[in-house]
Ligand binder design. Structure first.
Ligand SMILES: *Cc1c(COP(=O)(O)O)cnc(C)c1O
Length: 370
C-alpha cells in the first residue's frame, strides 16, 4: 500500500518551485525598497484583487480573522448585537463576532453543500440581529442570493466570508462581491495564499472601505491624526508582493483544481462514498475536495497509513467547541451540521497534484473496507 512518496493535503513547496524566479524577484524588490508595511505594494495588490473579484475596492489587512473583525467594527456591530453564522466552518467566522463583543447565533447547514441553510437562518432573526455571515465553504458559494434577499427584507448586513472561495462564482458573479462587504484570508494554504498571514475585505461601498482602511491602521486619517481608536491589522508589503505574483496564476491553479476534482469524482463514482456537489449556477473552486462516509475515522487512518495526507474540515461543530459549549449554547441543536461533522473527509487538493497521485488516493479510498 505504501508505494510511492507521501502525498500531503496541500503542497506549498511544489507551488513555490513552479514560480520561484518571479517570487524571488518580488521579494528582493521589497527588500531593496525597504518599505515594509502598506505602501505601493499593498495598494497595487488591492487594486488588482478588487478588479479580480469585481468590486470597486479592496483593503489589505493582516489576516482573514482581522478582515472579519474590521468588517464587523466598520458596520458598527458590537456588544448587545447578534450575528448569525454557520457552525460548520473554521472557528474564525464566529470568533470574530465574539471578539467584537457581539454574540454569534449558529444556523444549521443545508445537506447538499453544507453551507448555511437560508430558511434556518431566517428563523433565527430577532430584534437584536444585525448581520448574517455565510461562508463559501470548501470553495463553493453559499446560497448568497437568497441570503442577500433575507438580509434586505430584515434590514440586516450581509458579510460574506469568502476565505475559502477566491475565484468562486455564483451566476457569473465572483464570491467576494455579494452583500455589504466580504472577507478573504490569504493564509498560506488558501487558494490564494501569502507566505505568512494576510487577508482583505472587498466591497462596493467606498465609505465602508474607508472605515476599514482607517480601523486597520490606528484610526489614522493622516500620519499623526487619529479619528478613532483603531488596530494594527495592516497587510505587509512582502505579503502583497507575493500575492500580486500569485494572483496572476490563480485562474490556472483554479482550473487545475477543478480538473482534479472532476478526476476524483469520475474515479470515485460508484464507490461507497458521497461526493461533493457543484450547483448548476456555481463555479466551485475546490479549496477542499470533501467526501462523506459513515466509515470516516477508519478511512482516515487507512489513508494516513498509506502516506496520504487526508484531513477533517471540521470535526467539531462550533456550538460544541469548548469555547462556545459552556457559553449558553448547550441547548443549540443543529441536526445537519451534527450529522456531517463525523462523516466529512478532505482528500489532498492542490493545483500541482498529478494524475498518478490522484490514482493512488482513489485506490486507497476504494480499497478501504470498514
Ligand atoms: C481561514 C479562514 C478564516 C480565517 O483566516 P485567517 O487568515 O486564518 O485568519 C476565516 N474564515 C474561514 C471560513 C476560513 O477558512
Amino acid at each position: 500500500m505504501n508505494a510511492g512518496a507521501p502525498i500531503p493535503l496541500v503542497d506549498l513547496r511544489s507551488q513555490y518551485a513552479s514560480i520561484k524566479s518571479e517570487i524571488d524577484e518580488a521579494v528582493q524588490r521589497v527588500l531593496n525598497e525597504a518599505n515594509f508595511i502598506l505602501g505601493p505594494e499593498v495598494e497595487g495588490f488591492e487594486r488588482s484583487f478588487a478588479d479580480y473579484v469585481g468590486t470597486s475596492g479592496a483593503v489589505g489587512v493582516a489576516s482573514g480573522t482581522a478582515a472579519l473583525e474590521l468588517a464587523l467594527r466598520a458596520l458598527g456591530i458590537g456588544p448587545g448585537d447578534e450575528v448569525i453564522t454557520p457552525a460548520h466552518t473554521f472557528i474564525a467566522t464566529a470568533g470574530a463576532v465574539s471578539n467584537v463583543g457581539a454574540r454569534p447565533v449558529f444556523a444549521d447547514a443545508e445537506p447538499t453543500y453544507l453551507t448555511m441553510d437560508p430558511a434556518h437562518c431566517e428563523s433565527l432573526i430577532t430584534p437584536r440581529t444585525r448581520a448574517i455571515i455565510p461562508v463559501d465553504l470548501y470553495g463553493h458559494p453559499a446560497h448568497l442570493e437568497e441570503l442577500e434577499e433575507i438580509a434586505r427584507r430584515h434590514g440586516l448586513f450581509l458579510i460574506e466570508d469568502a476565505a475559502q472561495a477566491h475565484g468562486a462564482e455564483l451566476n457569473g458573479r465572483r464570491c467576494g462581491s455579494f452583500g455589504d462587504i466580504a472577507c478573504f484570508s490569504f493564509y498560506p494554504g488558501k487558494n490564494l495564499g501569502a507566505y505568512g498571514d494576510a487577508g482583505a475585505v472587498t466591497s462596493n461601498d467606498p465609505a465602508l472601505l474607508d472605515r476599514v482602511r482607517r480601523l486597520r491602521d490606528h484610526g489614522r486619517t493622516s500620519k499623526y491624526e487619529h479619528e478613532t481608536v483603531g488596530q494594527a491589522e495592516r497587510m505587509d508589503a512582502l505579503q502583497a508582493a507575493v500575492l500580486s505574483v500569485k494572483l496572476a496564476h490563480l485562474e490556472d491553479w483554479t482550473e487545475a483544481r477543478r480538473r482534479h476534482a472532476g478526476e476524483y469524482s469520475k474515479l470515485l463514482d460508484g464507490a461507497n462514498v458521497e461526493l461533493p456537489a457543484e450547483a448548476d449556477d456555481a463555479r466551485h473552486v475546490y479549496h477542499l475536495y470533501v467526501i462523506r462516509t459513515d466509515a470516516r475515522d477508519g478511512m482516515l487512518e487507512h489513508l494516513h497509513a498509506a502516506g496520504i495526507g487526508a484531513g477533517i474540515h471540521y470535526p467539531i461543530p462550533l456550538h460544541q467547541q469548548p469555547a462556545y459549549a459552556r457559553d449558553g449554547y448547550a441547548g443549540t441543536a443543529l441536526p445537519v451540521t451534527e450529522e456531517a461533522a463525523p462523516r466529512v473527509l478532505s482528500l489532498p487538493m492542490y493545483a500541482e497534484l498529478t494524475d498518478e497521485q490522484i490514482g493512488r488516493i482513489v485506490d486507497a479510498v476504494v480499497a478501504y473496507r470498514a
